[in-house]
Design a protein around this ligand. Structure first.
Ligand SMILES: [Zn+2]
Length: 501
């Protein structure tokens, strides 16, 4: 894919770009230089708040103080978050209203699991403290190089600034907020980040027929499902990665975060190699052949083909019907290497131009068997395999994966265009994931107000009262598995301080 759907241009819809590279400027919108500088360095949290970390409060789930207990001296606004007044959510409430966003960050966003996910151990380390966060503010200003000693301080800044979303970058060699004070530029460099992948429906626009642009439906979501299945198994079986988090991008795509230590430590060159290994389609939107898989098929491609064949029947031939029109059928003919067979097909389809794609696909073998084949049957089998792959194989935005310093939208933020939460996708039930059923922020806040359960001994967190719960639970289990491998958990265990998730 030669186009770069995720490049940031002033015309970009804020919701459409899910990632950015460091080579881009600090703010997205061209702001006057003075404002740029002012925006660049956000208010540093007061020094007093950086103070000691109370581990018990950090990890005691029974705390009475909202999703994330304050480890810092108590501030007034913190009290408000413990028992805010019921929000009046009406059908007219918009998910971008400041009070909606504030309530979301105060009551629903899982800051603590997010902290644990990025920190990999209970006590704050540079893995979290030197992480870059980038905020998109309500006025669309883009605020880079934010960093936070604790999850609580991240939470406070979110509540204060109400970013429409935020992105996560790498851990740097020094605190990103101090980058201008380091003596040598080389002393400030990215050192660690999850290996990430971005799959977006924009890259499927030449083959999807059900929707266009920003819209999606269940039919075209199948492209994303297929991509997740193929990439996930390759990362596990071929690279041995275990901790892979898939996240719905909030509208029409998905991100993968490979969190194994080995993946986090990959340099750019190795990231490029892995992205290259997974890339199969070549060429842009032109009508040319996009897949020329080498024979014998690489085991990864063979395995992918076995997964994708079934989907080709249901999702492509039956639902997308990609060759229904003359012009579209011409592309299919282009992909058939046998001139004699091509001519026979052309003749047949000329007489019934609206034959459905499934029938046209069957025509290929039928006519070949009846003698209209000048090349070998093996050539035809291979050509058909390439066609299946062109229409089903994952289309990755490879640029996102190649750089350690690429920023990617955080899990659990709200997609500014749909109001939906960017929830994790359970790969064991990937076929059941329904992007159109993912809760919106206004829906979730309404669910808190409508909750009729009893508060028992244990305080019920606000997110537990909502349909966000299964997604947060899944994320917490994922993070627990990740931390299991880290030394931090083992040390905690040795000290007899079992982790509760
Ligand atoms: Zn669709």
């Amino acid at each position: 894919m030669t186009k770069m759907p995720h490049s940031i241009t002033p015309e970009s819809t804020p919701g459409d770009d899910s990632s950015r590279t460091v080579s881009q400027v600090d703010t997205v919108k061209s702001e006057p230089e003075t404002q740029d500088v002012a925006m660049d360095d956000a208010p540093t949290p007061p020094a007093t708040e950086k103070a000691k970390i109370n581990l018990e409060e950090l990890f005691d789930d029974e705390d009475s103080d909202g999703e994330f207990a304050s480890s810092a001296p108590v501030v007034k606004e913190e009290d408000e978050s413990s028992q805010p007044a019921p929000l009046k959510i009406s059908p007219k409430s918009s998910f971008s209203d400041p009070e909606i966003m504030r309530a979301f960050y105060q009551r629903l966003f899982p800051f603590r699991p997010l902290f644990q996910w990025l920190n990999h151990s209970p006590a704050p380390t540079p893995a979290f403290a030197h992480r870059e966060f980038a905020f998109t503010l309500p006025n669309d200003a883009y605020l880079r190089y934010q960093s936070f000693p604790t999850a609580d301080l991240l939470r406070k800044q979110c509540i204060q600034m109400l970013p429409s979303r935020f992105e996560i970058g790498p851990q740097y060699s020094t605190n990103p907020r101090d980058r201008k004070t380091v003596r040598k530029a080389s002393a400030f460099r990215p050192i660690m980040k999850e290996l990430v992948f971005d799959i977006d429906m924009t890259d499927y626009d030449d083959i999807r027929t059900c929707c266009t642009g920003a819209s999606i439906c269940h039919k075209c979501w199948s492209f994303i499902t297929m991509a997740i299945k193929v990439i996930d198994v390759a990362l596990r079986e071929d690279f041995g990665f275990k901790h892979i988090l898939w996240v719905y991008s909030g509208r029409r795509g998905a991100h993968a975060w490979v969190c194994d230590k080995r993946a986090r430590e990959l340099d750019d060159q190795k990231r490029r190699s892995i992205a290259g290994y997974l890339e199969l389609l070549k060429g842009g939107d032109n009508a040319g052949k996009k897949v020329n898989a080498r024979r014998p098929l690489h085991p990864h491609i063979e395995r992918s083909l076995a997964i994708l064949k079934e989907h080709f029947q249901s999702c492509i031939l039956a639902e997308q019907d990609p060759w229904a029109t003359d012009a579209k059928a011409a592309h299919l003919l282009n992909l058939i290497p046998d001139t004699q067979l091509r001519a026979a097909l052309q003749k047949k389809w000329d007489s019934s131009p609206h034959r459905p794609s499934a029938a046209k696909w069957s025509d290929i073998d039928a006519l070949a068997k009846s003698g209209a084949l000048s090349k070998s049957p093996k050539d035809l089998v291979e050509a058909k395999q390439d066609i299946v792959l062109e229409y089903t194989y994952p289309r990755l935005d490879a640029e996102v994966s190649k750089k350690l310093n690429h920023l990617l939208k955080s899990p659990f933020v709200i997609h500014p265009g749909t109001g939906r939460v960017c929830v994790p996708i359970d790969t064991r039930r990937v076929e059941e994931f329904d992007p159109l059923g993912v809760p919106t922020v206004t829906q979730l806040l309404g669910e808190i107000d409508a909750w009729k359960g009893e508060e028992g001994e244990r305080k019920v967190q606000d997110w537990e009262k909502t349909s966000l719960k299964p997604y947060v639970d899944y994320f917490r289990r994922f993070v627990a598995g990740l931390m299991e491998e880290g030394k931090g958990v083992k040390r905690e265990r040795e000290e007899g301080d079992a982790m509760e998730f």
